[in-house]
Design a protein around this ligand. Structure first.
Ligand code: ADP
Ligand code: MG
Length: 241
């Protein structure tokens, strides 16, 4: 029997990858990028996944974030397999249960800071219920938390790189996701801003009780995480920092 993601009672809460493989057909044959990835992250926990460029970090993050299907293996989020959902249900699941942070902030240039953080709620086809907290109230609170209370009406172009990533953090957490996925979130920042944004991301994730998976080639960013793994020849192993 398959439990729907987020339903209860059900199997353990958290993120689990079991034997995840990903192959891409190429002109010179099949490219095996992930070759049996196993991962278990309890609810509310954070992990950094290290690996050099081309090691499959983004591919792994996309699969955990349901943006791409594995060739083999299983993804379980709070005990349910999201890939069993219909496309429509999967889109809803992604909107409500997952938050994404990218290397390039992916903010909408024509929208101001507050509007960008409200966007996941505006994109939802149904009213959002956040256990009594109003959506706008929550977005303002998150923006205050990441130090941008004075920037609500700025356009993304009027912010520094570090500030833009702070907006992206608030947006990723706006709808109380179970899981936040970040792909090189500090990759475009100078060292000082990278350190500050990395630390802030971990703090806010912890306060909000969301799981966090960060993939990065930066040992400095990974060092902020107690739980560090490494992608090596398509498999995950404990990182040797
Ligand atoms: N859609 C695709 N088709 C073919 N090859 C791909 C595709 N996506 C990624 N790859 C290949 O998979 C490998 C891992 O890519 P990626 O996950 O982006 O690595 P990383 O994020 O660690 O730099 C690379 O060799 C890349 O060229
Ligand atoms: Mg990548």
């Amino acid at each position: 029997m398959m439990a729907a993601p987020g339903s209860s009672p059900g199997p353990a809460k958290g993120l689990e990858l079991r034997g995840v493989k990903k192959r891409f057909p190429t002109r010179s044959g099949e490219l095996i990028v992930l070759d049996g990835v196993d991962l278990r992250l309890p609810a509310g926990a954070a992990a950094a996944i290290l690996g050099p460029s081309g090691s499959g970090k983004s591919t792994l993050l996309h699969i955990a974030g349901t943006l791409e299907r594995p060739s083999e293996g299983t993804v379980l989020i709070d005990g349910g397999d999201p890939f069993q959902l219909s496309e429509r249900e999967l889109a809803r699941f992604r909107n409500r249960r997952l938050g994404f942070i990218f290397q390039d902030h992916h903010l909408l240039p024509q929208c101001n800071v507050l509007e960008n953080v409200l966007m996941p709620a505006l994109a939802s086809p149904e009213p959002i219920d956040l256990n009594g907290e109003g959506v706008e109230e929550r977005c303002r609170r998150l923006l205050d938390r990441v130090g941008l209370a004075e920037r609500l009406e700025h356009a993304p172009a009027e912010l520094s790189g570090g500030e833009r990533q702070r907006v992206a953090i608030a947006r990723a957490l706006a709808l109380r996701p179970a899981l936040v996925l970040a792909d090189e979130p500090t990759g475009n920042l100078d060292r000082g801003a990278a350190r500050a944004v990395g630390a802030l991301l971990l703090e806010v994730q912890h306060e909000e009780g969301a799981m966090l998976v960060v993939v990065t080639h930066s040992a400095e960013l990974a060092a902020l995480f107690p739980n560090r793994l490494e992608l090596d020849r398509g498999q995950l192993k404990p990182a040797t920092l």
